[in-house]
Write a protein that binds this ligand. Sequence first.
Ligand code: PLP
Length: 412
Amino acid sequence: MHQIATRAVDWHAIREDFPILRERAHGHPLIYFDSAATSQKPRAVIDALRRYYEHENANVHRGLHELSSRATEAYEKARQRVATYLGATDAEEIVFTRGTTESINLVAQAWGGKFIRAGDVILLTEMEHHSNLVPWQLLAERTGARLRFVPVLDDGTLDLEQLASLLTGEVKIFAFTHISNSLGTINPVSELCQKARAVGALTLVDGAQSAGHLPINVEELGCDFLAFSGHKMCGPTGIGGLYARAEILDSIPPWHGGGEMIVSVTLEKSAFKKAPHRFEAGTPNIAGAVGLAAAIDYIEQLGRPAIFEHDSNLANYATQRLSELPGMHIFGPTKQRGALVGFVMDAAHPHDLTTFADQYGLALRGGHHCNQPLMRRFGVPGTTRASFYFYNTTEEIDQMIEILSAAVRFFS
Ligand code: PLP
C-alpha cells in the first residue's frame, strides 16, 4: 500500500468541517478534485456569513448607527486580517476586490494607465492565466507598450537563463504567477522580484494558486503587488484582494468612480479618499470580506506549512500513481509542484475523460484552464487536471486511479 507522511493535523477528521464533501454525485460519493478552480468552504466560513447577516448587516463607512458601525468594524477588521496573513506592514496596503482578475485589471488600468508609455516593456511568462495576460494586452494596445514573455521549458519551469536578456531596463513591470494553475510549477518568487528590482521594474505576483496553499510574506518575497482570490482559499466567491506597497498604491489614481471613494464632490469635480478606499467605489462585498477573514482564521488554525506539506504529498502521490497508467503524459515539474497534476491520456480526449469521471462522482477539470498559449506551447488542445486541497486524501487518489483505469478500458 502507498503511504504518505502524516502530520499532527488529522486530515481525515477535518473533512467533517466541509458539509459539501458528504454530497453524492451521480449516486457516488463526491471526490472533489477541482479546488484549483474553486475550493470548498468549511462550516466556520458559512457560519460567519450567516452571523454577519443575522447580527451586523448594514452599509459600511457612511452610517451613523450601531449596525453600520458593526459592519464597518467587521469589514476593516477583515482588511487587517488579510494584511497580517500576507505579511503586509499595514492594512492600508490591502484593496478588497472581486478577486485575482479584478486586482490585476486594477493594476493594469490604474497603475498602467498612469505609468506605462509607448515603447515600455511589460514582462510576463508563457505560463500565465488569461487573467494575467489579457489585462496587459489591453494596456499594451492602448499605450503602445510591448509585451515580452519568459519561455517555459519542457519540464514546466521557467527558462531562467533567458531571463537576463528579457529583463532589461525597458521593463516597467514583471507580472508572473506564483504557482501555475496547469503545470503546478512553483516559481522562485523572491529571486524573480530581486532581479526585477535590480533593473528598476515593479513586480506583480499572481497568488491565485498560492495564497491558500503556502506561507506568503510579501515583505520577504519583495513584490510590489500581489493578487489573490478568496474563493480558492476556503472563502466566498466575489471577494479577493490586491496587496500593493504603500508608496506605490498612494501614487495610483482611482480607476472606478462612485460612492465610498470620494471626500467631496461638486458637479464638475471630485476629491478622492486615500488608498485603499480610493479603489473601492460603491458598496463593497462586506459579507465576502467577513467570510474571507473567517477562511483565513480556519487556514491559520491548520497552519500553512502543514497544508503545504499535505498538498505536496497528495500531488506527489497522484503523480506517481497516474504515471502507472498506460498512455499517460503528465505535465509540469517532476520534483516539487503545487497541489495539482495536469495530464493527457492517449485513450481519450480530456473532455471525454472528465465526463467519464463525472459519472463516477469524480470532479476533474478538462480543457485549456484559461492557459491557451501554454497549451499551444505544449502542443495539446487541453489537459485533464486533478487539483487538491487539504481536505483530499490518498484514498480518493486511489479511487481516481481506478476510475481512470476503467476509462482506459472503456475508450480502448
Ligand atoms: N490566476 C491563476 C493562476 C488562476 O488559477 C486563476 C483562476 O483559476 C486566476 C488567476 C483568476 O482567478 P479569479 O477567477 O478568481 O479572478
